[in-house]
Write a protein that binds this ligand. Structure first.
Ligand code: NDP
Length: 277
């Protein structure tokens, strides 16, 4: 499995497993658990979740899926902005740990910026890290100005990632946010890398993928994986689709293929506000 280096020096799988809407239905539960376990088997050991997903049901299902295999997984979870205060973050983290049936979260993210001052959130994360409840912390959906504000908080320079909406049709971060993160060796965790499935119905991507002997999902993911500091976290609750998506790791796009994708899905020509889903 390809890996990406976090600022701490630790390496994590470049291909992880998204879990938004996972755990919502008893009917799909067995396949969801089987898919997560297949991911672990194949080296997709990073699992992304949040207290928000299904009001904790995604975390609960992950806890069941990794039973007996906790040490193989790198678990990322996210705290709601309204819980990201010193008093509430500790409680939110305890609830997540209980649902995940583990004693630590590998990477704990602020889901998006809310009203709690960033320095208070960082103090809460530092306390959780000192207590061994979380191993690393980071952020999600923070635009450049937010990152610059975060950077002024003492200690915050250890943030492990900024999880952002990033795919062929959402390239806005390339203008200034991604270069800023890259200068500081902070990897981007690209969420909704398949644009929640919509990208797979894009005729131009389908045509590109067919001509180059891959599926649209593989082309979309291979484009992201072509960069050294991008972690992708596509979500699928089907083992066959996970296998297909994992196939992207084996494709190294050529400079010609990357140039073709640039012409089909152009990079930003001006600054734009950060998009989120
Ligand atoms: P994705 O871009 O990963 O797309 C997921 C959708 O694509 C699902 O409907 C899935 O269906 C379908 N799909 C996946 N693979 C295939 C395939 N090979 N063929 C056909 N359909 C496929 O969207 P997400 O929004 O789920 O993003 C990924 C993860 O990122 C989330 O699950 C979550 O963990 C995280 N996220 C974080 C956010 C944040 O604010 N920080 C916001 C949004 C997402 P099926 O499952 O039925 O296979």
């Amino acid at each position: 499995m390809k890996t990406v280096q976090l600022p701490s020096g630790e390496r994590v799988a470049a291909f992880g497993l998204g879990t938004w809407y996972v755990g919502d239905s008893a009917r799909t539960r067995a396949e969801e658990i089987a898919t997560l376990r297949l991911g672990l088997d194949r080296g997709a050991t990073l699992i992304d979740t949040a207290e928000m997903y299904g009001d904790g049901r995604a975390e609960e299902l992950i806890g069941d899926a990794i039973a007996g295999r906790r040490d193989e997984a790198f678990i990322v979870s996210k705290v709601y902005p309204h819980n990201a205060s010193r008093a509430l973050a500790a409680k939110a983290c305890e609830r997540s740990l209980r649902r995940l049936k583990t004693d630590r979260i590998d990477l704990y993210l602020l889901h998006w910026r809310g009203n709690v001052p960033l320095d208070e959130t960082i103090a809460a994360f530092e306390a959780l890290r000192a207590a061994g409840k979380i191993r690393h912390y980071g952020v999600s959906n923070l635009d450049l100005a937010d990152m610059q504000a975060l950077w002024r908080v003492p200690g915050a320079q250890t943030v492990a990632t900024n999880q952002l909406l990033y795919n062929l049709t959402r390239r806005g971060i390339e203008w200034s946010l991604q270069p800023w993160l890259r200068e500081r060796h902070i990897p981007v965790m690209a969420y909704s890398p398949l644009e929640q499935g919509r990208l797979l119905r894009n005729p131009q991507l389908s045509d590109f993928a067919r001509r180059h002997g891959m599926t649209p999902a593989q082309a979309a993911l291979a484009w992201l994986l072509a960069r050294e500091d991008i972690i992708v976290i596509p979500k699928s609750i089907h083992r066959e689709r996970l296998k297909e998506n994992l196939g992207a790791v084996a494709f190294t796009l050529t400079l010609d293929q990357l140039a073709e994708l640039d012409s089909l899905f152009p990079p930003p020509a001006r600054a734009q506000a950060l998009e989120m889903l």
